[in-house]
Design a protein. Sequence first.
Length: 94
Amino acid sequence: MLKEAGRNAGIDGVTHQMLHRTCSTYMAQITSVKDVQAHLRHTNAKTILEHYIKSVPESVRVAVESFGSVVEEEAEWLRSAGELNPFEPNSAVR
């Protein structure tokens, strides 16, 4: 189901490990490792640090946030032009 949902969203290779790592990395930026450990139901915080939480350099974070705002501006433009249907996956892909 995950791989199919990923493909529908335009993302190939979605796995539960990818979701665990993404969730853990974002959670670690706003809460403690112990909270992430509890969320993932692991008994050892070392496992979380070694395998799930990934370091994201500040320069990458800034670039991704900037890219996100550009993508949102483009999506808004497509919506206003009637070319993007938020209920139809990949509606703006040409």
